[in-house]
Design a protein around this ligand. Structure first.
Ligand code: NAD
Ligand code: GLY
Length: 350
């Protein structure tokens, strides 16, 4: 088993090993004494792993109930959030108790946001079951739901108390979802760990190593800047255009697929501005191809521009772009919003 400590204001561990869901209750009980618990999961993950985790919680002495919602990004909204809060009230959950997110990034973000806000904050654990959630969203404490047309527009920074990555859960994950997670791995490689790129090829040879390498990269940025004002912004590589593409697709494209396209776009902008050489976008595209990820943007600059203008990363009249200098190193470049149409055209030109 690999254990990484996330050195936030309130540090916590991320454990990585196959089989962790079978002993989830036992591992959570090491961090806090058995109490009332609400397991939050979507219908797909519930059918696969819900009973196993609930039984493990009961065996460890937790008084656990389960809240299930329909899978998919469409559920990451205020309505599901309200239903979850109603459920927590009905369970009479108190500040001594815990929420447990079992699932992908949608479940983690939704459950984390409820944990951040219910009673002004209760503890929660992340039990990620997608590759994307293991390598990225379960760590770092960004929680949110979407508002109409605005990705992650309502949220909070709220760190979990424990992260359990059971890599055996990836056995049931469809290949498209594996690729989806590999996009965030390629992002981490480009911003901080170029030597990790060979690990991101399909078929993945070692998920424990892959998750550990990625959590280590994420930890490095999050521990320096928990609230995303300086260093953590590097983790937004590919997300400026990526979030716009995701919203424009009506969430039919997966988050990682949109980040993949967004990374190509940012790399071309970097090349256009002279921040990197021509071989950098080419190498990123090669890695995305090896992970079976899309690289072509289905939308034009005008459509993208409308959404990027409303992105929460905009600060006044500037948007800070994360642009690659070379593989393993990026630069934060604040650029005025009036240059956005020209930049997007540059990014969309091969
Ligand atoms: P997801 O949670 O929708 O999961 C993808 C699909 O896989 C779902 O249909 C789910 O039911 C299914 N699934 C989950 N685990 C499974 C398993 N083991 N076997 C079979 N099916 C399984 O999506 P995701 O890609 O995990 O997460 C995307 C979300 O994460 C987006 O909302 C994105 O904004 C968010 N995100 C958050 C952060 C953060 O730092 N908080 C970082 C990156 C992404
Ligand atoms: N996924 C970007 C971040 O956690 O900051």
């Amino acid at each position: 088993m690999r254990t990484l400590t996330i050195r936030t204001q309130r540090p916590y561990n991320a454990l990585i090993a196959p089989g962790l869901l079978d002993r989830a209750g036992q591992e959570i009980a090491r961090v806090l004494s058995p109490c009332r618990a609400v397991l939050v999961t979507d219908d797909t993950v519930d059918a696969l792993y819900g009973d196993k985790v609930l039984e493990s919680l009961h065996r460890a002495g937790f008084d656990a109930a389960k809240f299930t919602f329909p899978h998919g990004e469409e559920s990451k909204n205020m309505q599901t959030y309200q239903q979850l809060l109603d459920f927590l009230c009905a369970c009479d959950l108190t500040r001594k108790d815990i929420l447990i997110a079992l699932g992908g990034g949608v479940t983690g973000d939704l459950c984390g946001f409820a944990a951040a806000t219910y009673l002004r904050g209760v503890r929660y654990a992340q039990l990620p079951t997608t590759l994307l959630a293991m390598v990225d969203s379960s760590v770092g404490g960004k929680t949110a739901v979407d508002l109409p047309g605005r990705k992650n527009a309502c949220g909070a920074f709220w760190q979990p108390s424990l992260v359990l990555c059971d890599t055996a859960a990836l056995d049931t994950l469809p290949e498209r979802e594996i690729s989806n997670g590999l996009a965030e791995c390629i992002k981490h490689a480009v911003i901080a760990d170029a030597e990790m790129l060979p690990l991101t090829r399909l078929p993945v040879a070692d998920y424990v190593e892959l998750a550990a390498r990625n959590i280590a990269v994420k930890e490095r940025f999050v521990s320096q800047d928990e609230r995303d004002t300086t260093q953590r912004q590097f983790l937004n590589f590919g997300h400026t255009a990526g979030h716009a593409i995701e919203a424009l697709s009506g969430y039919q494209l997966r988050h990682g697929e949109c980040v993949a396209i967004g990374m190509v776009l940012a790399a071309r902008i970097a090349q256009g501005l002279g921040v990197c050489a021509r071989d950098v976008p080419a190498a990123i595209i090669q890695s995305l191809n090896a992970a079976r990820l899309p690289i072509h943007c289905p939308y034009g600059p005008d459509a993208l521009c409308d959404f990027v203008m409303h992105d929460k990363k905009r600060r006044g009249d500037e948007i800070t772009w994360v642009l690659p200098e070379r593989l393993g190193q990026c630069r934060l470049v604040p650029l005025p919003v009036d240059r956005l149409p020209a930049l997007l055209r540059m990014g969309l030109t091969a």
